[in-house]
Design a protein around this ligand. Structure first.
Ligand code: UD1
Length: 429
């Protein structure tokens, strides 16, 4: 049975939504629970396909796992296995962060490459180079990574690019290194700070997270009981901002931290949305047609424009007045939603990593297919302002990162539903 999302466009949004816990924080923090040698209680953990996959891996290697609402308890006292089967690895991208966590805790790890959205090449050379430079022995051969902790000597490693995943792996591995670890040109994303906060609560010594130099001290003893609350998901917050921007209306995003997505908020404000910090989060209002062309959108590592926000904001720009130029610098296949938007009437010219969007008066609903998580959310967003019905197929990708996107939008007044197709013929365009 296949599921799709059906949106009937044209309704403004109104109300408030609680922003879910961050997927990209929760996944490395769940992997980090392996370090604790005790019980970690993780609050505000989003209930997603990706977090369920990570919990399945933790159970496989021997952790006790319980979920009650948004609270997840991981007991990592007994780690029985150091291998992760291909089927589990391939269910998500962040499974690769278990490499550093398992090495630090058990001294060994073996696993295949990770899965995740098909955004193009997603190599792990920086992860392996960093681990090896810090004393581990990690090799990839025929798609299988085999590693042991080697000398655990630690020291300094300079990342040639501030990769989020590589920074996380090196932070986790750093906890077992004799002389501590200094990561230079580290990723600075809020999710890195959240991981550092969890690690510090767990009794490790992490300093400098959020800056380009992160230091992991040696010789700390892990706590037996750790409790941590996951930060709000900045990309989910951006999704609801973009939804209000295209559909019109107003909403309060409870828990949203504007400082975590300033570039996006600044651009949407310059384009005509009104925003205000509230006691509980962020208020957004959009009335009338937005103006595009308020600066070029260039994706890059934090604090630059987030690659995850690009599909959503480019969708907003398809109906804004004027032209908007985008440069996608992170992943080569991050424009798959644009082909679908063209089919809905958007005027888009693609040239390598550049996309030029000329705003049109309106989009027309039709059946579209999603190829990745954020592209899928972008197509649902497009449906909110399109004439008639938009049906979004292949929504498993969306469920990887949103706790029921349709229920959240419906609570704001959108005409949207999840439809279960018994007959595959309905998928024909
Ligand atoms: C990236 C995003 C992250 C986003 C996630 C999911 C950046 C900097 N990171 O994180 O914000 O949430 O995708 O969409 O925007 N690279 C290598 N070798 C490596 C590792 C990475 O060449 O060993 C390259 C990648 O191909 C990519 C860039 O570095 O072009 C960013 O990679 P990285 O930050 O590691 O990606 P993710 O951790 O998946």
């Amino acid at each position: 049975m296949k599921e799709s999302i059906l949106v009937r466009g044209g309704r403004p949004l109104l109300g408030s939504v609680e922003v879910q816990g961050s997927k990209n924080s929760a996944l490395p923090i769940l992997a980090a629970c392996v370090l604790a040698d005790g019980v970690s209680v993780i609050e505000n953990c989003p209930d997603l396909l990706d977090t369920a996959a990570m919990l399945d891996i933790l159970e496989y290697i021997g952790c006790g796992v319980e979920r009650s609402g948004h609270t997840v308890t991981v007991d990592s006292t007994d780690i029985k296995r150091t291998d992760v089967p291909d089927g589990l690895m391939h269910r998500l991208r962040s499974s690769i962060v278990l490499l550093g966590a398992l090495l630090a805790r058990t001294g060994r790890a073996s696993m295949s490459g990770p899965g995740g959205c098909e955004l193009g090449q997603r190599p792990i050379d920086l992860h392996l180079a960093g681990l090896n430079a810090l004393g581990a022995r990690a090799r990839e051969c025929g798609g299988v990574i085999k590693a042991d902790c080697g000398s655990r000597r630690g020291g300094e490693f300079v990342l040639s690019f501030p990769s989020v995943g590589a920074t996380e792996n090196l932070m986790l591995f750093g906890t077992c290194c004799r002389d501590g670890v200094t990561i230079v040109n580290a990723a600075r994303e809020p999710e890195i700070c959240d991981l550092a906060e969890y690690m510090n609560s767990a009794g490790f010594d992490v300093r400098g997270a959020g800056s380009a130099v992160v230091h992991i001290g040696s010789g700390k003893r892990p706590e037996r009981l750790v409790s941590h609350r996951i930060i709000a998901d900045r990309i989910a917050a951006v999704t609801w901002l973009c939804a209000v921007a295209v559909a019109g209306g107003e909403a309060e995003l409870i828990g949203a931290e504007r400082g975590h997505f300033s570039c996006v908020a600044d651009l949407l404000e310059a384009s005509g949305c009104r925003m205000e910090k509230t006691e509980n989060g962020l208020f957004v209002r959009s009335c009338g047609r937005l103006s595009g062309g308020k600066g070029m959108i260039r994706t890059g590592p934090y604090p630059c424009f987030p690659t995850d926000a690009q599909p959503l904001v480019s969708t907003v720009m398809t109906t804004a007045r004027g032209c908007t130029l985008i440069e996608e610098n992170m992943f080569e296949n991050r424009y798959s939603h644009l082909g679908e938007l063209s089919g809905m009437g958007a005027d888009i010219e693609l040239n390598g990593r550049f996309a030029l969007i000329r705003g049109v008066d309106t989009l027309c609903g039709r059946t579209v297919r999603t190829h990745d998580l954020r592209g899928g959310a972008a197509l649902v967003t497009a449906g909110l302002c399109a004439l008639g019905e938009t049906r979004v197929l292949n929504i498993g990708y969306i469920d990887r990162g949103y706790e029921s996107i349709e229920k959240t939008l419906e609570s704001l007044g959108a005409d949207i539903e999840r439809v279960t197709e018994e007959n595959e013929d309905t998928e024909k365009r």
